[in-house]
Design a protein around this ligand. Structure first.
Ligand SMILES: [Zn+2]
Length: 476
């Protein structure tokens, strides 16, 4: 169902984007603090980061890299972008290391590495560490490579996290401001859509897709909103719409707006179609443009759009396709005798919950296929059990071959177990923490579990299909 998403994510991880990015930007560009300040003009819903901690973070870079205390204007020009989520920690550190003031120090490689230790790890180098880096440089590593190594260190990640700023990545050969903007865009979507901070692997995979233009802003948004992680949050329609407003219109929705969209979804509108509308908006196009990203097309189709569970607000939510694998062996034994331990016979029952309608589907082909295989594999034993005679004896009395005898038996089994219909339709409502399904005049409460809906098969009339007892449907 969500093959599209999986394919996209796989291409993100396997396309070897780093190789093609070198062409984008041959040499590092200097970052001017003043340029950062007017880059992004969003009414960002995220709280501002802690100003005092950020001031200390920047002042430290002044002391270590430029050997001086900051001047007030200079300090503000770096602190504001960090505070407003307009620059990553790495982007600002790059601004210091690649400033004229730092570059004019004309440092030796050994001195350069020592500065890197102090700036990013907060300590002077040990002899072994220093030699290792010098060795790497002798073998061709550039100062830019060394910068990346230190800037992406766990120590610098911790320093950024401690003052609430996004560390970001550094991609050799890519303009650092481009990387910073793209990293912040990805981080913003993680915060709003997935409600968590971005993990390093996710940051790199999505950012590189955007930088290489293998993915658009809309595709990244789609990958997150229709990811298993998002589905597993079991968000109700109200909470879903709330997230769309924050993520793609960059504002909080009024209660009346949430109600209008949620009502439309309750009455049959498709989540993917609603998503396409939000992502196709001028507002989201503007957000992408602010981060220097192509929005891309917003005509996605084919996503799995839900799950089952309890939303963060307490409402129960169930929508989508669920499949139950039911052990059919007992029912078979009741009809044809104890044939254990020759095997287990499973059949699949699909439950589709969409906007108040329920469709239950038993795959007749798979069902018959399983039975035929089961009976064929065990024909001799079953013939013996039913007739008290061997297959050869039965064949002789019928005047046919043994194979024909087996075929006749299998045909008989198939006839006896044939379903009266493969598709049944009904309705459902969500009430008191349960899905209440009504099918062909019978009703049953389906308990909501972790992406599952559990029904009593008999209550729902499924015994017509020899499905008795608890039937657990799992979301797919
Ligand atoms: Zn909710």
């Amino acid at each position: 169902m969500n093959k599209g998403i999986i394919r996209f994510a796989a291409s993100v991880l396997s396309a070897g984007m780093l190789l093609s990015m070198g062409t984008l930007m041959a040499t590092p560009e200097k970052v001017n603090a003043a340029e950062l300040g007017d880059k992004v003009d969003l009414i960002d819903l995220a709280p501002e980061n802690g100003e005092e901690a950020i001031k200390e973070f920047v002042s430290r870079l002044y002391r270590i890299c430029l050997d001086r205390e900051p001047d007030a204007a200079g300090l503000k020009s770096w602190v504001d972008p960090l505070k407003n989520n307009e620059a990553t920690g790495i982007c600002v550190a790059f601004g210091f290391i690649y400033s004229n003031e730092f570059q004019s120090k004309n440092l030796s490689n050994e001195q350069y590495i020592t500065y890197m230790y102090n700036a990013f790890l907060g300590r002077t180098p040990d002899a072994q560490g220093l030699n290792d880096w010098l060795d790497a440089m002798k073998k061709g590593a550039t100062r830019e490579d060394i910068f990346k190594g230190f800037a992406e260190s766990p120590e610098f990640s911790n320093a950024c996290a401690a003052c609430g700023i996004v560390r970001g990545d550094y991609y050799v050969g890519v303009n650092v401001q481009t990387t910073s903007s793209v990293n912040l865009f990805v981080d913003r979507l993680y915060k709003y859509v997935l409600n968590r901070t971005c993990d390093p692997a996710g940051m790199t995979a999505w950012s590189q897709a955007l930088i290489s233009h293998a993915g658009s802003g809309a595709q990244v948004a789609y990958g997150m909103v229709f990811s298993p992680e998002f589905m597993n949050r079991s968000l109700c329609n109200d909470c879903y719409v709330d997230i769309l407003y924050k993520s793609f219109l960059n504002r909080n929705a009024a209660p009346s707006e949430i109600k209008a969209w949620a009502d439309a979804l309750d009455q049959g509108a498709n989540r993917e179609t609603v998503f396409n509308g939000f992502v196709g908006s001028d507002e989201f196009t503007g957000i992408c443009a602010n981060y220097g990203i192509d929005r891309g097309a917003s005509n996605f189709t084919g996503a799995t759009t839900a799950g089952a569970g309890t939303c963060k607000c307490g409402k129960v939510y169930a929508q989508g396709t669920f499949i139950a694998q039911v052990d059919y062996t007992e029912a078979f034994i009741k009809k044809f005798g104890d044939i254990k331990p020759v095997g287990t016979l499973y059949i699949e029952v699909t439950l589709v919950l969409v906007d108040g309608k329920i469709t239950m589907f038993i795959d007749t082909n798979k069902y018959e296929e399983s039975i035929v295989k089961f009976a064929t594999d065990n024909a001799d034993r079953l013939i013996q059990f039913k007739t008290g005679k061997t297959t050869a004896e039965v064949a002789k009395s019928l005047g046919v071959s043994e194979d024909e005898t087996r075929n006749l038996f299998v045909a008989l089994v198939r006839e006896k177990l044939k379903t009266t219909g493969a598709k049944v339709e009904g309705t459902y409502t969500i009430s008191g923490g349960n899905v209440v399904a009504s099918v062909a005049g019978k009703s049953a409460k389906g308990a909501i579990g972790n992406n599952t809906v559990t029904f009593d098969g008999s209550q729902l009339g499924l015994n017509e299909y020899l499905l008795e007892g608890e039937v657990v449907f799992k979301h797919v």
